[in-house]
Design a protein around this ligand. Structure first.
Ligand SMILES: NC(=O)c1ccc[n+]([C@@H]2O[C@H](COP(=O)([O-])OP(=O)(O)OC[C@H]3O[C@@H](n4cnc5c(N)ncnc54)[C@H](O)[C@@H]3O)[C@@H](O)[C@H]2O)c1
Length: 435
């Protein structure tokens, strides 16, 4: 048996994770919890220090788990890539954002690979987990790693395995979410699958190449993006037609097959759904191909914050109040419920639109006490009091956090624009308007 597979089975392999963020830290924790000596690598000294002190900073990681594995010596973190030399397997989970021209910014993947190169050794396994366009592992990562003098598929193993973590999901976590794995060679796939089999309690789905695995991940996220675009467009139309679109989706959901419910909202948020499809659109251009479905759903989704500001203006108008000078309370700036991540959050775009029109905007979010945008820090209200709600001409629900007392909000608000149907259980609805 190949030596690395043997070390994975008897748990003597050392496993590395590059990038200790929303994806990387839970992954490193699972590796250590499975009994492997695990090293986390990051360029941010502060994260490395926190991990080494056993202090958690990611919602999906259990504080006590992190504390225990650090104390027992199974998990450590470092900014020193020389420690790659002692790892048999390294997973890369660094950011893959877009640049200002909405094109893939692959610089983090390149930089992390270049940091690994000097310390690569024979037989090691490297897996890219960052979401990216089809072709990245083979066309971009492999040549960088081969600068080590080692040959991919002969001297070392390389694979792509998309990360599917859904922050805040109470059922599916890193440990029990099925994993897709595609290696450069069948043996690369095999070794990568063996690593995940050793740490996860989920089926491993093998595919024939990294490109299939890369495309598969983009399909998942594009599927969500396009369907959200569809419901957002139909929600705008339904509002014009005087139809409650939320009721429409609930009715469609009664069909036991052939329909999956998606809901409208103030726009797309997070590090994945709004960004990943653009990775594919960009790559498609190399083939003279236009990803028209992606483009049209983006056109609808990207306009939602502005649409929400326009609807807010109409609501204020009914109270003979102009947007200019109105005081607006935003409920929720995180991009989705019950998490603290506000990256690409549509709530921030809504705030921007409202402020552009002269509104005075305050926000309350039980998960995000302050946020930084364009170098400016905006602090949230520390408590959701009756006075705070009463002081607003309009309350806009932009994130459906479940620990907000919506009965209390309904009782004291003059007017509410609920863009998430977060107040669906509330019977008294005369001051509530739905997206
Ligand atoms: N967050 C999610 O819900 C999610 C879900 C599925 C897939 N993904 C994908 O996973 C990847 C990582 O996303 P994330 O949300 O964990 O990002 P993140 O920003 O939370 O974490 C990335 C970490 O990588 C570190 N880093 C950056 N450059 C580095 C380098 N050269 N060497 C070492 N560390 C470096 C950063 O300091 C940061 O701690 C992205 O491609 C993303 O699209 C994210």
């Amino acid at each position: 048996m190949n030596s690395i597979k043997k070390k994975l089975i008897d748990k003597t392999a050392t496993l590395g994770v590059v990038g200790l963020g929303y994806v990387g830290l839970p992954l490193a924790v699972e590796k250590a919890k499975a009994g492997f000596k695990t090293i986390g690598f990051d360029v941010q000294e502060s994260k490395v220090e926190m991990v080494n002190a056993g202090k958690n900073y990611i919602g999906d990681v259990v504080n006590e788990d992190l504390e225990e594995i650090v104390k027992s010596g199974l998990l450590s973190a470092t900014t020193d890539f020389a420690q790659v030399a002692s790892a048999e397997c390294v997973c890369i989970a660094v950011p893959t954002p877009l640049d200002t021209y909405q094109q893939p910014d692959i610089s983090y993947v390149k930089a992390s690979a270049e940091s690994i190169v000097p310390y690569m050794h024979k037989d090691m396994l490297i897996v890219l987990e960052s979401t990216t366009y089809p072709g990245t592992t083979e066309e971009l990562l492999k040549p960088i790693l081969e600068k080590s003098g080692l040959k991919c598929g002969v001297d070392f193993h390389l694979a792509f395995s998309p990360e599917r973590v859904d922050p805040g999901n109470l059922i599916y976590k890193t440990k029990n979410t099925p994993k897709v794995v595609g290696g450069i060679t069948p043996e690369c796939t095999d070794v990568a699958a063996a690593m995940y089999e050793a740490i996860l309690e989920a089926p491993i789905h093998r595919v024939s190449s990294p490109a299939v695995a890369e495309m598969e991940k983009i399909l998942e996220n594009t599927y969500r993006n396009v369907n959200i675009g569809l419901v957002n467009e139909l929600a705008i139309l339904s509002n014009k037609m005087g139809i409650n679109f939320w009721e429409v989706v609930d009715a469609a959901k009664s069909k036991p097959y052939g329909f999956q419910a998606f809901y409208p909202g103030p726009g797309l948020g997070g590090h994945c759904i709004p960004l990943d499809p653009y990775y594919l659109s960009w790559k498609a251009r190399e083939y003279g191909f236009h990803t028209s479905m992606i483009e049209s759903s983006m056109m609808v989704n990207d306009r939602m914050p502005e649409y929400c500001a326009e609807r807010s203006s109409k609501i204020l108008n009914r109270f003979k109040k102009a947007m200019n000078g109105a005081r607006i309370l935003i409920l929720g700036v995180a991009y989705k419920q019950d998490i603290d991540d506000y990256r690409e959050s549509p709530a921030l775009r809504v705030i921007e639109e409202l402020e552009k029109e002269g509104a005075e905007v305050v926000y309350y979010d039980p998960f995000v006490s302050e946020y930084r945008e364009h170098g400016v820090v905006k602090k949230g209200e520390s408590e959701l009091t009756a006075e705070l709600i009463e002081s607003a001409d309009l309350v806009i629900v932009t994130t459906a956090h479940t620990n907000v007392d919506y009965n209390f909000v309904q009782k004291y608000a003059k007017a509410i624009f609920d863009t998430k149907n977060a107040m669906k259980q509330i019977e008294l609805r005369e001051n509530i308007e739905l997206l």
